[in-house]
Design a protein around this ligand. Sequence first.
Ligand SMILES: [Zn+2]
Length: 172
Amino acid sequence: MALTRRTPLKRTPFKRKPIAKKETDPDAPKKKVVRKKKSDKRKLIEKLDKIFSIYIRLRDAMPHSGYVKCITCGKILHWKESQACHYIGRANMALRFSEVNVHAGCMPCNVFLHGNMLAYRRWMVKQYGEKIVDNLELRGNIEVKKWSEWELEETIKYYTALVEKIKSDKGL
Ligand SMILES: [Zn+2]
């Protein structure tokens, strides 16, 4: 037997909620859009990171072929695929742009092996001697440097010119 309804369904009254009006009060405080802006100094540091990395990799590249040997694992790769590997980490602003502290290496050593530090130290000692490496490590622990915008700009100019020179000298 089919069910049939004799009485129509009662309609429940639909209550409309009043639509919230947008604040139009001109005196109401406006919400501030907080957008984190990179400071000029931050941008300059990034710019210097880039040009300094190019310089380091070109410095360590073989002329004409442009190949570099990863300082920690010995893998041969093109300078464009290599990375500028810091011995004392980049967080140390006194040594971030120190030529004795940065060398070309491969991405797996720099990223996955976090710098492959044991091999890096062995290479550093062989290259510069224990004294210089000890001194670098000491500086890494105690030295603090604040770069001025002017100093960053001048250093960018210096490495930009050096990159051009090294490119032409090495035929890269
Ligand atoms: Zn490597």
